[in-house]
Design a protein around this ligand. Structure first.
Ligand SMILES: *[C@@H]1O[C@H](CO)[C@@H](O)[C@H](O)[C@H]1NC(C)=O
Ligand SMILES: *[C@@H]1O[C@H](CO)[C@@H](O)[C@H](O)[C@H]1NC(C)=O
Ligand SMILES: *[C@@H]1O[C@H](CO)[C@@H](O)[C@H](O)[C@H]1NC(C)=O
Ligand SMILES: *[C@@H]1O[C@H](CO)[C@@H](O)[C@H](O)[C@H]1NC(C)=O
Ligand SMILES: *[C@@H]1O[C@H](CO)[C@@H](O)[C@H](O)[C@H]1NC(C)=O
Ligand SMILES: *[C@@H]1O[C@H](CO)[C@@H](O)[C@H](O)[C@H]1NC(C)=O
Ligand SMILES: CC(=O)N[C@H]1CO[C@H](CO)[C@@H](O)[C@@H]1O
Ligand SMILES: CC(=O)N[C@H]1CO[C@H](CO)[C@@H](O)[C@@H]1O
Length: 869
């Protein structure tokens, strides 16, 4: 059947072909095929109102054309497109299957016009249908071809909108809707409206050109999402917006490089630039012009260029009086309209630098001067200003360059200069510091160098001036003796007018003030005269000097200048003893009885004052009948020669046996020339037996043993002393009980008598209370009173009014009270020979003390001489 039907269909085809050809060739004798219309939602039919998603892949079978032929002829299908348009589909002619052969894009063509045809071989029916292309989310949002550079003034208020971004998504529906976001939205100062795309400054944020001039923000545009090739997808795109912050006038200008220091040198040229200040507008984005000016402080010496800011000098540097100028300068911002918008001030410190090119210079009254002279009297008071010197000193430099020291070079510490340190200029004052050194007698003119030396400069410029001071003399010196005392010796018996000594005093003053006149004063001066100009001291014409009468004189000599200024010296004159007295025996004829073994003594006295003129040598010149005697040449003791031990020998010598001798003794002094005297001594020699008693025996014994004799003698003296002590003690006790004046009291009473002596000595020793030692000294050695006077003179005190110096108290002779005690005849007071003559007329206040001490002295001497035997 199948075969049959095929055969039939083949037959039919042939038949229909045939019929069609007939139909065509002959006339239309056939019905036209037609499409089934299965509605828009069907995928079979004539493709009318067929819609297709744009994301349909190529090659997909999308539709089946479906039609039929009334004659039931086989139909074939065809697809055609308008000329020039793209062919998206192809169709299988038999089955009518339509396949997509070209990519669809709704955004380019959302409707495809297709000519579909159906044919039964004879008739062909063509229909024009539109295939709708439906959307898929295949497009991302697109930011328009726009500039994303925005200029925003920095003073835009926060929250203000600054820009609007817009992105377009060509899709439809959700896939075509766009929302906006900012990347890193938290980090920026900006915010965007999701829907409108309006960009704003976040509330609370502000732009600052000075901090950040550009901001970059990334805006993301997102679509609402949609299907694409079966999947849901959201597309987005981003764009970067550059926000330029535009500067606005909100910052004043500022000076660059402050603080400013400038210098003007002494050789800076007039009008030259000394410094340039620079100020910038704080608003760098849109700077205004800066206009410079000086507010104050220039004193008219400086100017500033109002555009360049350079400061120039308007005057010569010499005229700049100040060392430092503080210029207040102002920089003003001038807007384009010419208004001053803002200004700032600063200070330029201009230091005038002095080139140290002037040394200090001394000026007198008439300009620079290097020698200053002054005439004045010597010894001006200390502290006096030498007003005659009018000196100024100045240094025309400035500041440290004009600082210098003043020094006075010359004899040290005589004058002082004030001030010692000078700045610029000073009046120089010279002050007397040491009056004594300004002495006409030492220098008739003084020369000093006044020195000015810069202190702090490397050059140390200096200058000097001579100061010459001519001195005038004043009577400032008193005559001065060559010595404080003069000692002279003159022999006694010198004729009147003999020169004694020559004194000299000098007064260095000039003229009459230096002339010296001499005179002498004092009780000791009676015998002397002085030549008023030569200073020679000589004796009065009538004077006779006798050493035996007074051997020491002292007095003052005075040297006086014409103004009455004087000084004193002391003169000590010693009269030298001459041998002008021969020795004399007490009697010319002497009779002595000599016990054998014991000596006899004879004595002669020489009245001369001094040794050797009064020293006597004894000798025996002749003995009759024979010289059997020896004589002690010093003491005059006559002894028998040692071999004569008994009367027998004596009698053997004298034939007459009467034992009477006549001996001639010579006494000769040692003066030169020497004088001698002789005396005849009759000596009667007797036997020792004539003497009776223990003393004689003792003496006889002691001839052989002198030491024993001395011991016995000492014992006797001791016993006597003890007895004396006992007796006086007994006397004392008796007096005490009877309330009478005791010896002790008497001693106390005597004391006031000493006072005159003490006060006297105090007068002689104005500087020292020597007390007892000096008193004792005076008494013990009266001759040394002269020396005390000297010491008085040595003390540099105004001398006491001239008066005769008191002579030292003469040594006093107190007769030995106990002479009779001595039984030994050889003991004699030979010391008394000269002093016995001195009158005991000394009514000196010290006599009591003197005599007391004298007695002690005598006693001591006696004891000494006693021990010698
Ligand atoms: C868009 O961009 C192109 C190329 O960048 C440019 O030639 C054109 O002028 C731009 N159009 C607009 C409207 O900006
Ligand atoms: C300069 O101006 C300042 C501020 O006004 C003021 O204090 C100062 O005294 C002035 N100086 C002179 C020299 O005028
Ligand atoms: C600046 O100085 C010049 C010359 O001194 C003057 O002509 C000009 O007016 C000045 N400008 C201002 C803004 O003062
Ligand atoms: C100020 O300085 C400018 C720039 O140096 C110069 O051209 C001008 O002449 C100066 N003005 C005066 C008044 O000197
Ligand atoms: C220095 O002194 C001289 C004379 O007195 C005077 O002419 C001159 O002006 C002074 N110089 C100074 C810097 O004072
Ligand atoms: C006395 O002298 C005689 C004769 O000259 C002599 O012989 C005699 O010894 C002497 N007598 C004595 C005691 O010396
Ligand atoms: C192949 C195909 O789908 N043919 C269909 C064509 O249209 C008729 C009428 O609606 C249908 O009956 C066929 O099945
Ligand atoms: C020639 C051809 O491809 N025909 C096909 C047309 O579509 C139908 C239904 O999908 C298929 O069955 C045919 O084979």
């Amino acid at each position: 059947f199948l075969y049959f039907t095929r055969m039939r269909s083949v037959k039919k085809t042939y038949i229909s072909l045939f019929l069609t050809l007939v139909h065509v060739c002959l006339v239309q004798a056939d019905y036209a095929p037609y499409f089934f219309d299965n509605g828009p939602s069907s995928d079979t039919g004539n493709m009318a109102l067929f819609s297709l998603s744009e994301d349909t892949p190529v090659g997909t079978q999308i539709y089946i054309l479906n039609g039929t032929d009334p004659e039931q002829d086989l139909v074939t299908f065809g697809l055609a497109f308008e000329a020039g348009s793209k062919e998206y589909f192809k169709v299988d002619p038999k089955s009518g299957n339509v396949t997509l052969i070209e990519e669809l894009d709704r955004e380019k063509e959302d409707e495809i016009e297709v000519l579909v045809s159906i044919s039964d071989g004879l008739n062909k029916v063509v229909e024009k249908v539109r295939v709708l292309v439906t959307d898929a989310n295949d497009e991302s949002p697109e930011f328009g071809n726009m500039s994303f550079i925005v200029n925003v003034p920095e003073d835009t208020p926060s929250g203000g909108s600054i820009f609007k971004v817009q992105a377009v998504d060509k899709d439809t529906g959700s896939g075509g809707s766009v929302t906006y976001y900012l990347q890193n939205s938290r980090m920026t100062k900006f915010a965007i409206d999701r829907h409108s795309g309006v960009l704003r400054i976040k509330p609370g944020e502000a732009l600052d050109y000075e901090k950040s001039r550009t901001h970059f923000i990334t805006v993301v545009a997102k679509d609402g999402g949609g299907k694409y090739k079966g999947k849901y997808q959201v597309l987005s795109s981003s764009a970067t917006v550059t926000i330029n912050v535009i500067d606005v006038q909100d910052t004043p200008p500022s000076f660059v490089g402050t603080p400013y220091y400038a210098y003007v040198y002494e050789d800076t040229v007039l009008g030259s630039e000394i410094f340039t200040v620079v100020a910038h507008d704080g608003d760098r984005g849109n700077p205004n012009a800066i206009h410079y000016s000086i507010i104050n402080g220039s004193d008219g010496f400086f100017a500033i260029n109002n555009t360049s800011g350079s400061i120039s000098l308007l005057d010569y540097p010499v005229h700049l009086k100040k060392e430092v100028y503080e210029l207040r300068i102002q920089a003003s911002e001038v807007s384009e309209e010419g208004n001053v918008v803002a200004h700032v001030t600063s200070t330029v410190t201009i230091r005038v630098v002095d080139l140290n090119n002037h040394p200090p210079t001394f000026y007198g009254e008439n300009g620079p001067q290097s020698t200053f002279e002054l005439t004045m009297y010597e010894h001006p008071p200390e502290g006096e200003i030498l007003r005659g010197l009018k000196i100024t000193v100045n240094d025309s430099d400035q500041g440290a360059n004009a600082k210098f020291n003043l020094r006075l070079v010359g004899p040290g510490r005589v004058l002082r200069v004030v001030p010692q340190t000078v700045l610029n200029e000073a009046q120089v004052t010279i002050i007397v510091e040491n009056s004594a050194a300004i002495d006409y007698e030492k220098y008739q003119s003084l020369t000093f160098k006044l020195l000015a030396v810069e202190i702090d400069t490397p050059e140390k410029f200096s200058s000097t001036a001579d100061i010459v001071i001519h001195l005038l003399d004043t009577n400032d010196n008193i005559p001065k003796f060559s010595s404080d005392y003069y000692i002279a010796r003159i022999p006694e018996n010198s004729p009147g007018g003999s020169n004694v000594v020559s004194v000299t005093a000098t007064d260095p003053d000039s003229g009459l003030w230096g002339e010296v006149k001499y005179s002498i004063y004092g009780t000791g001066s009676d015998l002397f005269l002085i030549h008023p100009t030569t200073g020679i001291i000589y004796t009065q014409p009538w004077a006779t000097l006798d050493a035996e009468e007074k051997s020491k004189y002292n007095f003052y000599v005075k040297a006086e200048d014409t103004e009455g200024k004087y000084s004193l010296a002391e003169v000590f004159v010693t009269i030298l003893d001459m041998n002008d007295h021969p020795p004399e025996f007490n009697e010319n004829f002497l009779e002595k009885t000599m016990v054998i073994g014991a000596p006899v003594k004879i004595e002669a006295i020489d009245d001369d004052a001094e040794e050797p003129n009064n020293v006597i040598e004894y000798s025996i010149t002749q003995g009759d009948p024979d010289n059997i005697f020896d004589i002690n040449t010093e003491t005059g003791e006559i002894k028998l020669k040692s071999y004569i031990k008994s009367m027998d020998i004596v009698q053997n010598i004298t034939k007459q046996r009467d034992c009477k001798w006549s001996v001639v003794v010579q006494a000769k002094d040692r003066g030169s020339p020497s004088f001698s005297t002789t005396a005849v001594v009759k000596i009667d020699i007797t036997e020792a037996t004539q003497l009776k008693g223990p003393m004689a025996a003792f003496l006889m014994q002691s001839r052989d043993n002198p030491m024993k004799a001395l011991g016995v003698l000492a014992g006797v003296i001791c016993v006597m002393v003890i007895v004396t002590v006992l007796i006086s003690t007994a006397m004392f006790l008796r007096n005490k009980t009877s309330n009478r004046i005791t010896p002790a009291r008497r001693i106390i009473k005597k004391r006031p008598k000493k006072h005159p002596l003490r006060t006297l000595h105090r007068g002689w020793f104005p500087f020292g209370r020597r007390g007892n030692s000096s008193e004792r000294f005076t008494v013990e050695d009266p001759g040394s009173g002269d020396e005390n006077l000297n010491s008085n003179n040595n003390i540099k005190m105004p001398p006491p009014p001239p008066s005769a110096p008191a002579l030292p108290p003469p040594p006093q002779y107190i007769p030995r009270p106990d002479k009779k005690v001595w039984t030994v005849p050889t003991v004699s007071g030979s010391l008394v020979s000269t002093s016995a003559k001195t009158p005991v007329s000394n009514k000196d206040v010290s006599s009591a003390l003197v005599s007391e001490l004298k007695m002690k002295l005598e006693k001591k001497m006696i004891e000494n001489s006693a021990t010698r035997y």
